[in-house]
Design a protein around this ligand. Structure first.
Ligand code: BMA
Length: 307
C-alpha cells in the first residue's frame, strides 16, 4: 500500500508563521538541502500584502529547534519579481561548487522561472529569469547529462501539451531544447487537472527519483497531492515509472485548514543514507515533513508503469 511509503513527522507542522521573527501572513513551499550536516530550508514566506519572499531556516535534525534568519535571502528587488518570489527548489551542483536556487518570479508580466546561485546562503547572485512567462515549478538536475544541465519546469503557454517540460543549458543562463516529460493523467486520476515537478531529482541506480504535485478539481476546490516518478538515468526527459496512486494527500487538520485548504506542495527533499525527508507546504499556511525509505520508494516505483 503506497500510502505507507511516506509517514508524517509527529512534530508537524514543523514551521508556522507564529514562529517567524517578524510579522508575516504564512509560510509554505520550502526548498531543502544539507549544509554542514544541518538541514537548511529556504522557506517561501508570504507577507501581509500577499507578496512572497524567501527566508532561510536551519535545524540540526531537520524537524525541531529551527533557527530562522531575521532577513530574507531573496526578496523582490527587480521588475520581474515585483509581485513576489515563490516556490524555490535548491540543487547542489558539485561540479560548480555552488547551490542553484530555481524560483518563481511573479510580476505584471506573469510568472517566470528565475535562477540564483549561492555558496553560503548569506548572499546570492541572481542569474535572472531564464524562460518566457508563464512558467513555474522549476528544478535542476545536480549534474550534467551529455554536457548539459537539465531543468524541469512547467510552461503554461503549451495548453495543448500541458505538464512538465525539460530544458537544457551549458552555462545555466541560456536554456533551450525543450522536451515534454509528462502530463496530467486522463479521467479521474488524482493528478488529472495539472501537475508540476516538486523536488529536485535524486540519483538512484534505478533512475532519477523525483516527487511531483498533482491536482484534481473537487467541488470544494483544487486538491494538491504528492506522487513520484523515476526518470531514465541516460535520458532524464523520459519517465520510466510513475506512481499510479498518490503517496501523500491532505489529511491532517493543518493540511485541511488554512489559507488554501487541501494543498500539499513538495519543493524539497533531503536524503541521508536510506532515510528520506520530504518537505511540503500545507494549505499554503505552514510546513510539514514526511519520512520515507529511499530503497522502499524506489522499489515501489519499479513496479509502476511509465504513466
Ligand atoms: C500553485 C502555486 C503554489 C500554491 C498552490 C496552491 O499554483 O502557486 O505556490 O501552493 O498553487 O495555492
Amino acid at each position: 500500500m503506497s500510502a505507507e511509503l511516506l509517514t508524517r513527522s509527529p512534530h508537524n507542522p514543523i514551521l508556522t508563521g507564529d514562529q517567524w521573527p517578524y510579522p508575516i501572513n504564512s509560510v509554505m513551499n520550502a526548498a531543502a538541502t544539507l549544509v554542514d550536516g544541518e538541514t537548511l530550508l529556504l522557506v517561501r514566506v508570504e507577507d501581509r500584502r500577499g507578496f512572497s519572499h524567501l527566508t532561510v531556516a536551519r535545524s540540526a535534525d531537520g524537524e525541531t529547534d529551527w533557527r530562522i534568519d531575521e532577513q530574507p535571502l531573496i526578496a523582490p528587488e527587480h521588475h520581474y519579481e515585483e509581485w513576489g518570489v515563490e516556490d524555490p527548489r535548491i540543487t547542489w551542483l558539485p561540479d560548480e561548487n555552488v547551490w542553484v536556487i530555481a524560483y518563481t518570479a511573479f510580476s505584471p508580466r506573469g510568472t517566470m522561472v528565475a535562477l540564483a546561485r549561492t555558496t553560503d546562503f548569506v548572499t546570492v547572485e541572481r542569474l535572472g529569469p531564464v524562460v518566457m512567462p508563464d512558467d513555474k515549478n522549476a528544478a535542476l538536475l545536480p549534474c550534467r547529462v551529455d554536457g548539459d544541465y537539465l531543468m524541469y519546469h512547467r510552461p503554461s503557454l503549451r495548453s495543448e501539451m500541458p505538464g512538465v517540460w525539460c530544458s537544457r543549458s551549458t552555462d545555466l543562463e541560456s536554456w533551450s531544447d525543450e522536451r515534454r516529460v509528462m502530463g496530467p493523467r486522463m479521467g479521474n486520476f488524482w493528478d488529472c487537472k495539472r501537475i508540476g515537478m516538486g523536488t529536485p531529482a535524486i540519483w538512484t541506480e534505478h533512475g532519477w527519483l523525483a516527487f511531483y504535485h498533482g491536482v484534481r478539481e473537487a467541488v470544494a476546490g483544487d486538491l494538491y497531492r504528492v506522487g513520484a516518478v523515476l526518470l531514465d538515468l541516460e535520458d532524464p526527459a523520459i519517465v520510466t515509472h510513475r506512481t499510479q496512486e498518490w503517496l501523500l494527500s491532505p489529511h491532517e487538520d493543518y493540511e485541511r485548514i488554512g489559507d488554501v485548504p487541501g494543498v500539499l506542495f513538495p519543493c524539497g527533499v533531503v536524503v541521508e543514507g536510506d532515510a528520506l525527508r520530504l518537505y511540503y507546504g500545507a494549505a499554503d499556511t505552514c510546513l510539514g515533513v514526511a519520512h520515507g525509505s529511499l530503497a522502499q520508494i524506489t522499489q515501489h516505483l519499479l513496479g509502476c508503469p511509465p504513466e
